[in-house]
Design a protein around this ligand. Structure first.
Ligand SMILES: Nc1ncnc2c1ncn2[C@@H]1O[C@H](COP(=O)(O)OP(=O)(O)O)[C@@H](O)[C@H]1O
Ligand SMILES: [Mg+2]
Length: 382
C-alpha cells in the first residue's frame, strides 16, 4: 500500500535547501560566504541581527565594509583572507562596525573553501561577544582595584604602626630638648638645641601626615560647602602656585555640602596644587580646580550601585605621569623629586583623607597630556 504521508525531509526540499534554511535560522551567528576576492555571496539572519544589514544591502559588496576605517586602511581584510587561505583558518577577536556606525566586539572565524585544490571562496562566521567582553573587562578592573585597595591597606597598617612608634620617640626627643634648653645658659648649645628642635618639629609634621595616610588621625568633621571653602582658599592656592601659573577655580552651580575635616581637605587641595606646580615649572601653565557633583561608583567598593559624590578635580597641563607610576604615586614616600624637594607624602595624604572620609581618589594622566587628580567625597545625606 502506498502511503500519502510526506516525510519531513520532503517538505524541507533537497539537501542544499535544508542547509540554507538551517543557516538562516541561526540568529546568534553571522554566517555567510565570500567569493575568493572577498565579495559577499550569501547572508543569514544572524548577519542582519548582529551587523544591522539586510541581505539586499550586502550581497555583492565587499566584506571589508564591516571593518573599521583604520583596519581597512592597514589592509587587514585581504590580509585575513590570505591568512585563512594559507593556514587553512583565520581566527580573531576584534572590533567591527555595524550598519549604524556603532562598534561591536566580534569573534571571527574565516575558513577557506577548496574544491580539488581550487579556492571557491570563504566561509565566514562572526559572533557578537560585546557583552561577554565588557563583563570580562569589568571583572578585571574590579579585581585590579581590589588588589590595589588591599595593597594600600597593608601599607597603611604598616605606616600607622611606624608613625605611632615614631611619634613616641619624637615626644621623648622634644621633651628632652625642652629640658636641655631650660637648663643651659650657653648660647652655642642653645643654637644646637634650636636646630634639633626644628628638625624634631618637622619630624612631628611628617608623622602626622603618615597617620593621615594610615587613617590614624581622628577627623574633625564639620558640615561644609566645598564651593565656599575653596573660594576662601583661592588666594592661598594662587600664592602656592606662584607667579607664572594661573589657578582657575570653577565652582559648581549647586551647593556642595559634605561633612569633612576642613583642615585635611585644605591640605589635600594644597598638596594637589603643589604637585601641579612642581610638574609645570619652570614653564608657565594653568592649574584648573573644578568642582561638581557626580553620580558614580567607588571602584574599590563591592557595592555595584552609583552614588552622588562631590568631586574636586585638580587639572594641570604639565608633563603628566607615566603609566607605570600610576599605581605607586599614592604610596607614602614614593617621589620622583630630588632629595629635599619631595617627601612623597602629598598624594598619600590626599589618598588617606579621601578614603577615611568615605570617598576615593581618581587619577587620569598621560605623558604629554597633563594630569587630573579627582577627590571624590560622599555627598551629605539629607
Ligand atoms: N600633577 C602631577 N604631574 C606630574 N607628576 C605628578 C603630579 N602629581 C604627582 N606626581 C608624581 O607623583 C609623585 C608623588 O607625589 P607626592 O605624593 O605629592 O610626593 P612629592 O610631591 O613629595 O614627590 C611625585 O614625585 C610625581 O612624580
Ligand atoms: Mg607632592
Amino acid at each position: 500500500m502506498r502511503s500519502n504521508a510526506v516525510s519531513p525531509a520532503d517538505e524541507l526540499g533537497d539537501e542544499s535547501r535544508q542547509f540554507a534554511l538551517l543557516l538562516d535560522s541561526v540568529t546568534d551567528y553571522a554566517i555567510y560566504m565570500l567569493d575568493p576576492r572577498g565579495y559577499i555571496r550569501t547572508w543569514n539572519r544572524g548577519g542582519s541581527r548582529i551587523k544591522g544589514y539586510d541581505a539586499a544591502d550586502v550581497i555583492g559588496t565587499h566584506f571589508s565594509r564591516f571593518y573599521t576605517a583604520r583596519d581597512v586602511e592597514q589592509g587587514l581584510p585581504l590580509r585575513n583572507l590570505e591568512t585563512a587561505r594559507q593556514d587553512g583558518r583565520f581566527e580573531a577577536e576584534a572590533w567591527r562596525a555595524r550598519k549604524d556606525g556603532s562598534r561591536f566586539r566580534a569573534s571571527v572565524v574565516i575558513d577557506p573553501i577548496f574544491k580539488d585544490d581550487q579556492l571557491l571562496g570563504y566561509a565566514k562566521v562572526t559572533r557578537d561577544i560585546t557583552e561577554r567582553y565588557k563583563a570580562e573587562r569589568r571583572l578585571q578592573e574590579a579585581q585590579q582595584a581590589l588588589m590595589q585597595a588591599q595593597k594600600m591597606e597593608a601599607i597603611g597598617k604598616l605606616t600607622l604602626g611606624l608613625a605611632h612608634d615614631f611619634n613616641n620617640l619624637l615626644t621623648v626627643v622634644v621633651n628632652s630638648l625642652d629640658l636641655i634648653d631650660a637648663r643651659t645658659r650657653d648660647e652655642g648649645i642653645g643654637r644646637y638645641v634650636l636646630t634639633a628642635m626644628r628638625a624634631a618639629e618637622r619630624g612631628v609634621l611628617l608623622t602626622r601626615q603618615l597617620l593621615t595616610f594610615g587613617s590614624g588621625q581622628t577627623l574633625a568633621l564639620e558640615t561644609t560647602d566645598l564651593n565656599e571653602l575653596l573660594r576662601e582658599n583661592i588666594e592661598l592656592l594662587q600664592r602656592a602656585a606662584g607667579d607664572g601659573i594661573e589657578v582657575r577655580l570653577a565652582l559648581a552651580d549647586e551647593p556642595l555640602v559634605a561633612d569633612i575635616d576642613r583642615a585635611q581637605f585644605e591640605a589635600a587641595v594644597l598638596n594637589l596644587v603643589s604637585n601641579s606646580r612642581d610638574a609645570i615649572l619652570p614653564s608657565p601653565g594653568i592649574i584648573a580646580i573644578n568642582l561638581s557633583c557626580r553620580q558614580t561608583r567607588d571602584p574599590a567598593s563591592s557595592h555595584a550601585g552609583t552614588r552622588p559624590f562631590l568631586t574636586v578635580e585638580v587639572v594641570d597641563d604639565g608633563p603628566g605621569i607615566p603609566a607605570e607610576h600610576h599605581q605607586r604615586v599614592f604610596e607614602p614616600f614614593f617621589t620622583t623629586k630630588e632629595v629635599g624637594q619631595g617627601s612623597g607624602l602629598g598624594l598619600s595624604q590626599v589618598f588617606g583623607f579621601a578614603s577615611q572620609s568615605g570617598g576615593f581618589v581618581h587619577l587620569r594622566s598621560e605623558p604629554g597630556q597633563g594630569t587630573a587628580v579627582t577627590i571624590h567625597l560622599p555627598a551629605r545625606e539629607h
